[in-house]
Design a protein around this ligand. Structure first.
Ligand code: ZN
Length: 147
C-alpha cells in the first residue's frame, strides 16, 4: 500500500492545478447611442469560464439603435456574417443559416437593457465580436483575445 501514495498525491495535485487554470472570469461591456462598444479588446485565458455582461446604455429605441454582441468562431468572415445578418430582421439580426459561425451571442438589446451570457473560452487565438444591427458592425466590432 505504501508505494501507491506518491501516485495518489500526484493525481490530487494535477486535479488541483486544472481547477486553478479554469478561472471564472467576468467581462463587462456596454454599447451606446454613438454606436460604440466600451472596449474593442477583451482578453481571457483558454478554458476560462467566462461570464459576459453586455448592457445597452443608450436611450434610443431598439428599432433604430439596438445592440447585441456576437462573438464569432475562429476564421469567420465578419463582413460576410454582418451582411447576412442585415437580412435577418425577423430573428433579431442573427442569420439562421450561419448559427454555426457563432461562438456566443447576447440577445438584441434596447435602451437600458442588459444580457448575461456564459461560455468556455476556446483555444488560444483572436475571435472577432460585433453588433449585427444593420450598419453597426463597421464601428461596433472588437477582438476577444484568448491566450
Ligand atoms: Zn449596435
Amino acid at each position: 500500500m505504501k508505494n501507491r501514495m506518491p501516485l495518489l498525491l500526484a493525481l490530487v495535485c494535477l486535479m488541483g492545478a486544472n481547477t486553478m487554470f479554469a478561472a471564472d472570469v467576468t467581462l463587462e461591456i456596454t454599447g451606446n447611442d454613438q454606436m460604440q462598444f466600451s472596449t474593442k479588446a477583451l482578453e481571457v485565458n483558454s478554458g476560462d469560464n467566462v461570464t459576459l455582461v453586455f448592457t445597452n446604455v443608450g436611450k434610443l429605441p431598439v428599432t433604430v439603435m439596438g445592440h447585441n454582441l456576437v462573438i464569432l468562431k475562429a476564421g469567420q468572415d465578419m463582413q460576410a456574417f454582418a451582411m447576412a445578418a442585415m437580412q435577418a430582421k425577423d430573428h433579431d439580426y442573427i442569420p439562421q443559416d450561419k448559427l454555426d459561425a457563432i461562438l456566443a451571442t447576447t440577445r438584441m438589446l434596447g435602451p437600458g437593457e442588459s444580457d448575461t451570457i456564459t461560455f468556455t473560452a476556446p483555444e488560444p487565438g483572436q475571435y472577432k465580436y460585433l453588433c449585427t444591427f444593420p450598419g453597426h458592425f463597421g464601428i461596433m466590432n472588437g477582438i476577444l483575445n484568448v491566450k
